[in-house]
Ligand binder design. Structure first.
Ligand code: NAD
Length: 478
């Protein structure tokens, strides 16, 4: 299914031939770029991955994925063995050996404002363009402020020896860490932001197998493609903060947000996905993307249209403080000297990504109030230790909870949600647990003598506890 929306005015012609099996470069080989490079090679293309980080390039070239992503190490080794994938730090090499160049570098939040820091995108595109002496397509995949592709088109065509024979397209990426391979090889949809038929055709040749498998394709102008990504992330963030706002109301009224979410989820117009109450969102995308979007909208004179995103952000951040409040309550209002086991560091399970991780934010706040905090995460320990050396870390779950006054579930890894409350109870000093992710069976914990607390749920539930812990009808999950 293809929905094309290029007006006559936007469509420009190019004499450059369409290359049926384009060779590709993928510039920036982090979570997004490494996955994209490996998956494109898996689809049969010749791919060179480019990064300024020599250690990352060396790791990938030697068959090691420098982050946690299920299935990716195996796929990397197969791709390297096929001879279709290699990695380099040399932009001249990338320019010479590829026809289509995917830009996958980071766009973090700027240090001094909510805007996106565009220095990495600008540097990557400029360094590449300087070597482009024949027709080429540069395809942005990074999440960027609206208007970036237009700006970069001018920049690239000024720098590149091939001038206007180099074109730009935007192909936003929607992959979820933890499901990155599946989301790359079987995405819900592809979005091509293009300014010419040539760019659309050439980009189609990069996804021949996916299009043949009838992955829906939406072809747009450049600005719409940029907007699709931030609009999608804003929607998801809003849905999460919506149910967390309801949790705040529940906390003031004795209502139970988990029952509320369940009742809402049966409404097919609402649905249960992303309606899960708890500690809220984090990671390298949603928080910085909604902030950058609100900032960019203001620059464009439409700040009011997305002013609600600031509230979405505030609700999200308040959940972290509220989690600390509940832990404090459980130790009689004073955290000083309390032994707190923090289960989880990654911003979500099945990832080692700790960027803007709610778990580590909570751990730090607890420590700042004098608690003795021990953190354990199945995969994110190295990243957490590097970023927050002031925290204490355990080597495993048992060590983390040993003699704890309160256990706090902050990232819902299976290892934590599968733990037996009775066995866990024998290890701690007091059976008190805060379920920051609404991921535990409250009834099982209470039956095993635990004081169970969760955001937006009453301390002593008056109603259908058993119903609340039944499997959900529609996945109330991200
Ligand atoms: N991580 C995700 O799940 C995800 C999903 C969709 C979109 N995105 C977007 O993709 C982009 C990349 O995100 P990420 O999570 O992969 O970031 P990341 O930090 O993991 O990777 C970025 C990579 O770019 C490299 N880099 C920086 N400057 C460079 C340059 N000038 N030339 C070459 N390489 C350079 C870095 O060394 C790093 O390896 C961001 O815009 C992000 O918002 C990420």
């Amino acid at each position: 299914m293809t929905i094309t929306h290029i007006s006559e005015a936007q469509s420009t012609s190019s004499d450059s031939p369409i290359i049926e099996q384009p060779r590709m470069s993928v510039i920036g080989t982090g979570y997004l770029g490494a996955t994209h490079a490996i998956c494109m090679a898996t689809l049969g293309y010749d791919v060179v991955g480019v990064d300024v980080d020599e250690n990352k390039v060396a790791a990938l070239q030697s068959g090691r994925v420098p982050f946690f992503e299920p299935g990716l190490p195996e796929l990397l080794r197969t791709a390297l063995d096929s001879g279709r994938l290699r990695f380099t730090t040399d932009f001249a090499d990338a320019a010479a050996s590829a026809d289509v160049h995917f830009i996958c570098v980071g766009t973090p939040q700027a240090k001094d404002s909510p805007a996106a820091d565009m220095q990495y995108v600008d540097a990557a595109v400029s360094r590449l363009a300087a070597h482009l002496d024949r027709p080429a397509l540069i395809v942005g995949k990074s999440t960027v402020p609206i208007g970036t592709a237009d700006r970069l088109t001018t920049l690239v065509q000024e720098i590149a020896p091939a001038g206007t024979a180099v074109q730009l397209a935007w192909n936003p990426e929607f992959l979820r860490e933890g499901y990155a391979i599946q989301d790359t090889l079987r995405p819900d949809r592809l979005v091509f932001g293009v300014s010419s038929d040539w760019a659309r055709e050439q980009l189609s040749r990069c996804y021949t197998a996916l299009l043949a498998a009838e992955v829906p394709l939406v072809v747009t102008d450049l600005a719409t493609a940029e907007l699709v990504k931030v609009a999608a992330n804003s929607f998801l963030a809003t849905k999460i903060s919506y149910i967390n706002a309801m949790a705040e109301v529940c906390e003031a009224t004795g209502a139970d947000v988990s029952l509320l979410a369940r009742a809402l989820s049966y409404d097919s117009r609402i649905g249960g996905r992303f309606l899960k109450p708890g500690l809220g969102f984090g990671g390298g995308c949603l928080p910085k993307d909604i902030r950058a979007f609100a900032y960019r909208a203001e620059e464009l004179g439409v700040g009011q249209a997305v002013a609600f995103l600031r509230e979405v952000d505030s609700i999200n951040v308040r959940r972290r403080h509220r989690t600390v409040d509940i832990v404090r309550d459980l130790v009689s209002g004073n955290l000083a000297g309390a032994r707190i086991a923090c289960l989880g560091a990654a911003f979500k399970p099945n990832s080692d990504d700790i960027r803007d991780a709610p778990a580590l934010d909570v751990a730090r706040m607890l420590q700042q109030e004098g608690a003795s905090v021990t953190v354990f995460d199945p995969e994110a320990m190295d990243n957490a230790r590097r970023a927050y050396p002031q925290l204490s870390y355990a080597d495993n779950l048992v060590e983390a909870v040993l003699d704890a006054d309160v256990v706090v579930l902050l990232t819902e890894w299976d290892e934590f949600t599968d733990a037996n409350p009775e066995i866990l109870g024998r290890l701690v000093s007091s059976r008190r647990i805060v379920d920051g992710r609404h991921a535990l069976n409250a009834d099982a914990y209470r039956s095993a003598g635990w004081e169970y607390r969760a955001l937006g749920r009453p301390e002593h539930p008056a109603t259908a506890v058993f119903l609340a812990d039944e499997p959900l009808p529609v996945a109330l999950s991200a």
